[in-house]
Design a protein around this ligand. Sequence first.
Ligand code: NDP
Length: 400
Amino acid sequence: MANLLIIGAGGVGRVSAFKAAQNKDIFQNIVLASRTKSKCDEIAKDIKEKLGVEIKTYALDANKKENVTQLINKENIDIVCHVALPYQNLPIMHACIETSTAYLDTALAETEDNPDTYYDLQWELDEDFKKANTMALLGCGFDPGVTSVMVKYAADYLLDELEEVEIYDCNFGDHGRHFATNFDPEINLRELNLPGKYWENGEWKTTKPFEIQVKHSYPECGEATSILIWHEELESIVKHFPNLKSAKFYMCFSDKYLYHFNALKNVGMFDIEPIEVCEGCKISPLQFLAKVLPDPQDLVKNYKGQTNIGVIAKGKKDGKKKTFYIYNICDHQKAIEETGAHCVSYTTGVPAIIGCKLMAEKIWWKEGVHNVEEFDAKPFFEEMDKQGLPIKVVIEIEND
Ligand code: NDP
C-alpha cells in the first residue's frame, strides 16, 4: 500500500488519477495537485462519479521545491508521479530527495531557455537518491517509457544479440482540427523543432529537422510517411545497450500537419527568444502560439481513430538473423470513454501508474536514479495487459 501524489492535471494527470483509482488496493491515499486547483477538482469529481473513489486535491506551484516538500510531508506521500511539465522535474526531484520519497516522471528535465537538454541533469542526482534510500524512475510514459521496455524485452527474451532498434510512433487519429498538439503545445513544438539525431556505428549523427522521411507500414493500421526525429529515450537506450549498432526514432505526420508546421516555423513562430510586441511588452513567439492553439484536452470532443507505437528490434537468435515488431494499438474513443482523455494522454498515464505500482510493490526497486530499461520487462508487460494497453509481438523476418 502506498500514498500517491500525482502532480499535473492535464490529460496525462487525468489518466494517471483514473488508473490510480482503479488500483485502490495499492494506492490507499491518492492526492492530485496542480497549478490550477479547479482542474484537479473536475477530475476528482469525474472519478468519484465513475469509480466511487475519493481523491484529495490541492493547488500547487511545483516550480518551488518547498511547496512540494510541504505537501509530501502533509499527506505522508510515498511516491510522487510527476506528470506536469518538464520544467518542474528538478524542483520535484529535490523535494523527493529531501523527504526520502520515490519519484517518477514521463519526460526529461528541460529549462525554459533551452529545449535541447539531456539526462545528465537528472542522472547526476543518483548519489543523492541513494543517500536518501529511495529511487527515481525516469521517462515512464509511452515514448519515453514503454518503447524502452520493449527494447529491454527484445534484448532479454527474444534475441541473443540485439543489434538495431527502430522506434515508430504514429497517431492515426483525427480530431477535426487543422493544427493542434496532443500535449502541451510549447513542450511539443520545442521538441519537433530540434535537429534530427540518431545512433549509428558507435556515434551520434545529426540531420536537419525533418530531413529524413520514410514510408513505413504500421501493423494493422497501414502506411504513413514517418520522419526521423531526435527523441530522448535514444540517449538512455544507447547508454544501457552499448553494443547497439543503430538506434532511430520515427514519428508520422499528416500532410495537413506538415503544411501548418512549416508555415509557422518559416515565419518564426517557434522562436523561444522574447520579442518586443509593444512598448515594454515582450513575449516569446512560441509561448504566444501555444496560447492560441487548442487546449489538448479540448480535442477529446471529436477524437476518432487509433495510435500505433512500437519497436522494430533486429539481431541474432540461435545464430539466425531475426527481426521482431513489438507494438501497441490504442483506440481514442475507448480511452475517452474510460477516462475522458485521448490516447496520447492514455498511453502516457497508464505506464506512469504501472511504474508507480511496480515501485510500490518493490518489484521494480533499486535506490538511485534509473531508466525503465534497467528493470525486468515481463512484470511491466503483464501489467500493460491488465491495465488496458496490451502489447503484441510478431516475428517479421527470419534469415539464416
Ligand atoms: P498538459 O499541458 O495538458 O498538462 C500539464 C499540467 O501541468 C497542467 O495541468 C498544468 O497546469 C500543470 N502545470 C504546469 N506548470 C505547473 C507548475 N508550475 N506546478 C504545478 N503544475 C503545473 O500536458 P499533458 O497532461 O498532456 O502532458 C503532461 C506531460 O507529460 C507533458 O508535458 C509531457 O512532457 C509528458 N508527456 C510524455 C509522453 C510520453 O509518452 N512519455 C507523451 C505525452 C506527454 P495548468 O492547468 O494550470 O496549466
